[in-house]
Structures are given as C-alpha cells and as structure tokens.
Design a protein around this ligand. Structure first.
Ligand SMILES: Cc1cc2nc3c(=O)[nH]c(=O)nc-3n(C[C@H](O)[C@H](O)[C@H](O)COP(=O)(O)O)c2cc1C
Length: 302
C-alpha cells in the first residue's frame, strides 16, 4: 500500500498525545501539521538539491549518449548512469578484480573517474580510475594486466561486467617494473599514446577534482595497508591538502608534490562486456566483444 505525503502528515498529526495544558487540541494539531509539513519540504528540497549534483557529476564523466560510433553498451551504460533511480544510490563505484603474484583474485571497490577515447575513435573507449600507487592493486595491474570489473545498478537492476587490459600511469619518479604480457591489441591505449594524450594534465585534473581535501591528504599518509599501533595514530596525519594552486605555504606545496608522486591513474581498455538486464521479463543478457576496432554483440541465455 502506498501512502501520499499528505496521508502521512495526517497520520502523524494524530500521534500528538497529550495536548499541553492551556493549548487547544486543534491549535496543537495544526502546529504539529505545520512542523511536519516543513520537515517534509526540507527533506524534499535536500533530495532535490542532491540529485542534480550527483547526476551531473556522473554524466559529466561520460561522453554524450548519442555519440555516433560509440558501442551500444556505452550508450546503455551512459543511460544507466543518468537514470534518476540509479543516482539515488552511490553508483559510481565498481568492483575491480586483479590477480596477485600467487594467482589469487583480489577485489575491491573503485570510484569511476570517467571514460575517454582516442580522438576520432568513439568505438575505442577506455575507463579511468585513480589510486594511491602504493596500494596493492597498482603493481598487480602492472604485472597482471588482465582485469575484470563489475558495475551493479540497483535502481534499474542492471549489471555490466567488463573484461579488459589495464595500464597504470604513474608519476615519472615511480617505477612499478616491467608490464606483464598481454595478447590483446590495445588499440585504444596505443592510439592515446600516439596522439600524445597529456596524462600529467589528466592526473592534475583528477587530483584536484571535488572538494574533498581529505582525499588528497590520504596520499600523504604512510603506505596504505601498513600496520599501525592504534587508530589514534591517524590523528598525527595531515587532515587536509588543498587543490593545486591553493597552497597556503611551502608545507602545502610539498604535500601536493608528494601526493602527486603517490597518485596513479588506472586505465582499462575493455575487450568484453556482459550486460544483464534483470528488470526485463524474461531477463535479458547481452555479450559484446571487440574484434579489431569493431564491437560485435549477441544475446545469451541469462
Ligand atoms: C565506495 C568506495 C570507493 C572507493 N574508491 C576508491 C578509488 O577510487 N581508488 C582506490 O584506490 N580505492 C578506492 N576505494 C578503496 C578500495 O576499495 C580499497 O580498500 C583500497 O584501494 C585498497 O585496495 P588494494 O589494497 O587492493 O589496492 C574505495 C572504497 C570504497 C568503499
């Protein structure tokens, strides 16, 4: 049974017990109705204020849905990201699986930092993520470049699973060793290189993105994953690092430099996509595979 907000306000008004002395029941009830209606308006305005921000942020990361030549899964993914029912949830996070040196799969959540493609090649998208290069996933991706990640949209009941080849972009001071072998022809990553894509600029933009000074500060902590004596230890760490160009003093500038040295971009060029649409009845599942620079697709049993 669904209840309108007016019904809800009415029911809640009847919960008023008892009426304070000297105040008529009608007056008290009206006051409660007004208070509840004001709360209702406040909550709605907060929700309204929040939605366009998250929707814009996510959509901005992705090229236009109507981009001619983009694979159909990209159009579908852009639509999924734009759906209001999906944006109510935190949905820019994917679960990224890598392999460690023992061949054990390792999985964790990563926030998507968008999609890009070489100039003139809308059919060759590359996903962008970012990390602290001292975390385990960065060397894992360098040594074992085959990765898989999954994106679940609860609102629209869709799952996208991407298999691809990863490339780690580090600051010039960092050496993760030689890249592991791949069989795939990484046309997109190669073309971005040939076209002279400015990774340093991209790193700076993503490092600066958002208002979260604390996220930047996390790059100045001791190496992630190292054991600490107690949680109190965290109080000794610098809590905030400003955006580039907003340093107040030399200490800030040094922290930015150190942070950028620890910052890395994780690129994934997808070769296979598995898209499940569970809101449809019967469910639909579609496989996409890139052959050369073209995507082929076919329906499969869900
Ligand atoms: C919602 C969410 C978003 C996250 N986004 C990122 C991210 O963008 N980059 C990142 O390195 N870690 C991110 N993390 C933390 C990772 O899940 C993980 O704990 C950390 O990167 C260490 O992983 P690793 O030791 O396997 O490298 C995120 C965690 C959550 C819960």
């Amino acid at each position: 049974m669904s209840m309108s907000s007016q019904d809800a306000v009415h029911c809640l008004g009847h919960l008023l017990l008892p009426t304070p002395p000297g105040i008529s029941e009608l007056y008290a009830r009206q006051a409660v109705y007004r208070a509840i209606a004001a709360m209702d308006r406040l909550i709605r305005s907060l929700i309204r204020r929040e939605q366009p921000i998250s929707k814009k942020r996510l959509i901005d990361q992705f090229p236009e849905m109507s981009m001619p030549g983009a694979p159909r899964w990209q159009t579908a993914l852009t639509r999924s990201l734009g759906l209001l029912e999906n944006n109510k949830e935190y949905n820019s996070g994917v679960q990224m699986a890598t392999l460690d040196d023992e061949g054990v799969p390792r999985v964790r959540t990563l926030g998507s930092r968008g999609l890009l493609h070489p100039k003139g090649c809308p059919n060759l998208p590359v996903f962008v993520f970012s990390t602290d290069v001292r975390m385990e996933k960065a060397p894992q991706m360098r040594k074992h470049p085959h990765v898989e990640f999954v994106w679940w949209f609860r609102g629209s009941s869709e799952q996208y699973r991407f298999s691809g080849v990863a490339r780690v972009i580090t600051s010039p001071d960092v050496d993760l060793g030689p890249a592991g072998p791949i069989q795939e022809d990484t046309l997109a990553l190669n073309k971005l290189g040939e076209q002279g894509f400015d990774w340093e600029k991209k790193m700076g933009e993503l490092y600066d993105e958002g208002d979260d000074n604390g996220l930047r500060a996390s790059l100045n902590r001791p190496p992630p994953g190292t054991r600490i004596p107690t949680y109190e230890t965290a109080k000794e760490w610098v809590p905030e690092v400003p955006r580039l160009g907003h340093a107040k003093d030399d200490a800030d500038r040094q922290r930015q430099e150190e942070g950028l040295r620890n910052y890395a971009l994780l690129l994934v060029e997808p070769f296979e996509v598995d898209w499940c649409e569970l809101a449809l009845s019967p469910h639909q599942r579609t496989k996409f595979r890139r052959k050369g620079d073209a995507w082929e697709e076919w329906p499969v049993v869900p």
